[in-house]
Design a protein around this ligand. Structure first.
Ligand SMILES: NC(=O)c1ccc[n+]([C@@H]2O[C@H](COP(=O)([O-])OP(=O)(O)OC[C@H]3O[C@@H](n4cnc5c(N)ncnc54)[C@H](OP(=O)(O)O)[C@@H]3O)[C@@H](O)[C@H]2O)c1
Length: 293
């Protein structure tokens, strides 16, 4: 058996891991909520690690993910994304556990002259407090423990939690028209696909530690992402394209943040699904959840 601790059990990623856990009978999953395990509290982390016998992996799904709020709530964003990551990395080092951590395309600034997908070695340059704290979290992990995997992902959606897919579907019930930004380009990622990749790394017990980029195949704008959501879910909503400059937000976001996934493709020997195909699966699962037979 491989014993795996998953933090932030209510996050969309942890809920996706939980939903596929039955397909991994060789893995003993232990899920902890933010109240069972507050990663900013060293004593919490120590006592949880101490209570689990023969822990092999910790998947850290906990993060301060409110990108705009982080601009004004820097201390808490730093506390969760940097100190929390450090606490987990130190505990993993002490208990000889491999740390699996999730990071973001927002570590990049998206201002490359000729847009080209970012590789794991590309220069970082976060534009926001969220991106900066996530990058510091990556660095503190790499400095603390060799046995770590950091999966940078982007534009995550799923049938669980709060995300762009669910926000769009909710807005469609409240409004006739929706404005969506059409000049930011990225790659949507189904959290369930990322969950499968993480569990593949764990089951195969890979030892090539470090950073890996993972997102679904293809790239798009938020506007076209929304258009596909409404087309697949057969919702008739009027969508308007807006420019980033006409849709001010507290945090700046990269104009281009497509991730190059060739490293993970070579490692796993598989190509990620196209984002549109994964989106269709997520919508179908969401419909089943909302209308159980
Ligand atoms: N969502 C995206 O588009 C996206 C894109 C790129 C990367 N990522 C990264 O992917 C990872 C998972 O994201 P997600 O969208 O699944 O997250 P999410 O749904 O926003 O959930 C974040 C979770 O972190 C928990 N949390 C916050 N502070 C905590 C603390 N001090 N101790 C323990 N847990 C704490 C929250 O607990 P409560 O439930 O109690 O609030 C929540 O369950 C994060 O590292 C995120 O940065 C996300």
């Amino acid at each position: 058996m491989i014993t795996v601790l998953v933090t932030a059990k209510d996050s969309q990623l942890a809920r996706c891991i939980e939903s596929i856990s039955k397909n991994h009978p060789k893995v003993n999953f232990i899920f902890k909520s933010s109240s069972d395990l507050d990663i900013t509290k060293k004593t919490h982390v120590q006592s949880v690690f101490n209570s689990i016998k023969d822990l092999d992996y910790c998947i850290n799904c906990a993060a301060y993910t409110a990108v705009d709020k982080a601009e004004e709530d820097t201390i808490n964003a730093y506390s969760v994304n940097v100190l929390g990551s450090k606490n987990l990395a130190e505990a993993c080092y002490e208990y000889e556990v491999t740390l699996v951590h999730i990071s973001t395309d927002f570590v990049f600034n998206g201002t490359v002259p000729v847009p080209q997908p970012y590789s794991e070695d590309s220069n970082t340059g976060p534009l926001s407090v969220y991106g900066e704290t996530k990058l510091k979290g990556e660095k503190v992990i790499a400095e603390t423990i060799k046995k770590h995997f950091i999966f940078r992902t982007s534009w995550m959606f799923s049938e669980f939690g709060n995300n762009f897919l669910k926000t769009m579907l909710k807005l469609a019930t409240e409004r006739n028209e929706i404005n969506v930004v059409s000049d930011q380009i990225g790659s949507p990622t189904y959290a369930r696909d990322l969950a499968k990749v993480i569990l593949c790394f764990i089951e195969k017990e890979y030892k090539n530690y470090g950073i890996f980029h993972y997102c679904n195949r293809g790239s798009t704008t938020w506007y076209n992402f929304a258009k596909e959501i409404f087309s697949l879910s057969q919702k008739g909503v009027k969508l308007n394209k807006v420019k980033t400059k006409d849709y001010p937000t507290l945090a700046a976001r990269p104009k281009y943040s497509v991730l190059d996934t060739s490293k993970i493709e070579q490692t796993l020997g598989v190509t990620p699904l196209k984002w549109e195909d994964s989106l269709a699966i997520a919508i179908s699962r969401l419909n089943k959840m909302c209308n159980p037979k």
